[in-house]
Design a protein around this ligand. Structure first.
Ligand code: ADP
Length: 326
């Protein structure tokens, strides 16, 4: 069945605690005894709480569409995403630490007035690290991260016609149950990420009380991404001036754009060696020169920014109206 009441204050592990990692949870879903839940909800919780991101056995008997639906929303735990790999976003990291990490370490302190918030929304343009943060939290907290897409929180979604009836019912039921949990003493932390916050309805906003804007990377953050990616491969030979030039040229690039830029630039030396007639099968690593500013300048012609000024304005406005302002 569903995991028992948490042994650490308000924290109720969504994962069955036979793995020994009691209390290490990101999405605290639960808070009612098994008996209080009907079958649908119980199934729902179990689906969401697959302990290792793998589909639970029960799923195999359900319709393929539903399986797809649910597995799309359980985010894989990704050991490759660590806090240290996330450029910038100091404020967001600090908030997450306060809301998720500290309460796990000191449930005795995080009670009463200090009981952690129940919903966190990361919003902002695509490719800025929202998913990375989610995965990093999940890794840190050894929990399954339930990724709530904007569409599953909009009123449009709840009324959607095309969706398979049982899938719709399951999710609606889940949301209703969550409403119920809100009023009790138990805590639920939902972490949502979206690049279309405008589509969230009032109910979803109410559930996600802390709404953090995850903006495009600053110039320093862009420099850091370039350096970090190239250094990992032992390819970093750029001067400070080169880096500053790259930063000037990449105003408006997202983190994901920067990654694609580095990828393309790192192909420069390889392409050049091949142009000089070296066979790919014969190519030695020593035959390739380091990645240069010129490689980045060439790559800039291929990799263009993916977020428009217009879109940025929309996020800023939503932040002013609904977002956390610090
Ligand atoms: P989204 O905000 O759309 O969820 P992701 O977190 O999936 O974006 O980022 C996509 C990719 O872009 C990441 O895997 C990473 O390589 C790169 N990236 C985006 N933001 C950052 C960042 N702040 N620091 C380092 N890499 C980033």
């Amino acid at each position: 069945g569903v995991s028992p009441r948490g042994v650490r204050g308000n924290f109720v592990p969504p994962i069955r605690s036979n793995g020994g990692s009691v209390g290490n949870v990101t999405s605290r879903i639960g808070g009612k005894s098994d008996d209080a839940l009907d079958d649908t909800t119980r199934t729902c919780l179990e689906l969401l709480c697959g302990p290792d991101g793998e589909l639970p056995e029960k799923l195999r008997n359900l319709e393929p569409r539903l399986i797809e639906h649910v597995s799309n929303e359980i985010m894989d735990r990704d050991p490759n995403v660590r806090w240290e790999d996330i450029a910038g976003l100091e404020h967001a990291k600090k908030c997450v630490t306060e809301m998720v990490i500290w309460p796990l370490l000191r449930p005795d302190i995080f009670r009463g007035c200090r009981s952690p918030g129940r919903g966190l929304l990361l919003f902002g343009p695509p490719g800025t690290g929202k998913t990375m943060i989610g995965k990093a939290i999940a890794g840190e907290a050894k929990a399954t991260f339930f990724y709530i897409s904007a569409s599953s929180l909009t009123s449009k979604w709840r009324k959607s016609e095309g969706e398979h009836e049982s899938s719709r019912r399951l999710k609606t039921q889940f949301l209703i149950e969550m409403e119920g949990f809100d009023s009790g003493s138990e805590q639920i932390l939902l972490i949502g990420a979206t690049n279309r916050p405008q589509e969230l309805d009032e109910a979803a906003r109410r559930r996600l009380t802390k709404r953090l804007y995850i903006p495009l990377p600053s110039s320093e953050a862009r420099a850091w991404i370039v350096r970090n990616l190239l250094e990992k491969d032992g390819l970093f030979k750029l001067s400070e001036e080169d880096i500053s030039a790259i930063c000037r040229l990449t105003e408006g690039y997202s983190g994901s754009d920067m990654k694609n830029l580095v990828k393309d630039a790192s192909m420069g030396p390889l392409r050049e060696a091949l142009r000089q007639g070296i066979e790919i099968t014969q190519l030695k690593k020593e035959d390739m020169r380091p990645v240069t500013l010129q490689d980045f300048e060439n790559a800039l012609q291929e990799v263009r920014p993916s977020v428009s000024m217009n879109e940025l304005g929309t996020y800023e406005e939503w932040k002013k109206q609904f977002g956390s302002l610090s």
